[in-house]
Design a protein around this ligand. Structure first.
Ligand code: AHR
Length: 325
């Protein structure tokens, strides 16, 4: 009996030790003695297929890289991102990563991270703060994406003798992709005076808003030739509005979008979209590699640009069967 009590006591104490080890690791942070690098990541939200793929990429890559990820979804609100970053600072994570919903308003919280000696890595979207407040920015060149979309229109309508009326659905107001894609697009189509943006409004990067805004714009603009949507999701919502208005997307109204997620590529391969400029959400591996380098005190490049392509209908058909997201 005495022997049995001893065995039970020994295994209880071992279980306690194991729990303690586990919780030590889970709490992470440089001060906790954890062996794993702890990354606090504040995501914009789940507004689009692109964002879902981006979140999956970050979570999967953290797992593969053996990095402990503290993930926070800001539901497209800047105040939620600022609160998450402050909480990461309090928890003494090793590195903070975030995809800023808008460009402005980050100075104070970035200075707090710097004062706490926690390096910050930006992914996907840029900020207009002093570059010394973050280590690097990994993501697409959004101006270039807008230019590629514009170039397709310039080529497609090079022989047009009459005005080509364009509706532009912009992304989230004040966000880097909305500002930059609009800039790049309008700069390139400016070379042909026949290409006219007759209406330009935000659809907040969501399918629902894309549909709602397109319904209103179709009522106000009777002779629309082209839709340029800053992402696939808004394009897909607008596509429904076009169909419900009795028009044929891809023919009566040509559709150009950005992203190249599966649903967008399906619409392209079915002839309902005409052209997609790729914006890759698969940033996880690059982020984790950068986090490891930063933690090891290695220098990283200040700007890491994602490599991307473009898709017409034929290329979409080819790519679709193996598209990961
Ligand atoms: O910042 C990247 C953009 O944000 C993607 O194009 C869009 O789909 C997402 O919501």
């Amino acid at each position: 009996m005495f022997k049995r009590i001893l065995v039970l006591a020994a295994s209880a104490s071992l279980a306690l030790t194991m729990t303690a080890c586990g919780s030590d690791k889970d709490s992470g942070g440089s001060g906790s003695g954890s062996s794993k690098i702890v990354l606090g990541f504040s995501q914009v939200g789940a507004e689009s297929g692109w964002r879902t793929a981006n979140t999956k990429s970050i979570q999967a890559s953290a797992g593969t890289a053996g990095i402990e990820l503290k993930f926070s979804d800001a539901q497209q609100k800047q105040e939620n991102q600022i609160a998450a970053i402050r909480s990461f600072i309090k928890q003494k994570v090793d590195v903070i990563g975030f995809s800023p919903v808008v460009v402005t308003g980050w100075d104070a919280v970035l200075k707090e991270a710097k004062a706490a000696k926690i390096p910050v890595v930006l992914t996907d979207r840029a900020v207009d703060s002093d570059p010394s407040l973050y280590v690097t920015f990994i993501g697409s060149d959004f101006v270039e994406e807008g230019k590629k979309a514009g170039q397709w229109l310039v080529d497609e309508y090079k022989d047009a003798k009459e005005p080509v009326n364009i509706i532009q659905l912009e992304g989230t107001v004040g966000s880097a992709p909305a500002i930059d894609r609009k800039k790049g697009f309008e700069e390139v189509i400016g070379s042909n005076p026949n290409l006219k943006v007759v209406a330009s409004q935000s659809g907040d990067f969501t399918r629902a808003k894309g549909k709602e805004v397109m319904q209103a714009l179709l009522k106000a603009n009777k002779d629309v030739d082209v839709l340029f949507a800053h992402n696939d999701d808004m394009g897909l919502g607008a596509m429904q509005a076009i169909e419900e208005a009795g028009l044929t997307p891809g023919k009566d109204i040509k559709i150009v979008t950005i992203d190249a997620v599966k649903d967008g590529m399906t619409a392209l391969s079915e002839g309902k979209f005409n052209y997609i400029v790729e914006c890759s959400p698969l940033l996880g591996d690059q982020l984790m590699a950068t986090v490891k380098k930063v933690k090891a005190g290695e220098t990283v490049e200040k700007r890491i640009v994602t490599v991307e392509t473009v898709f017409d209908q034929a290329k979409a058909k080819e790519a679709l069967p193996t598209r990961q997201y």
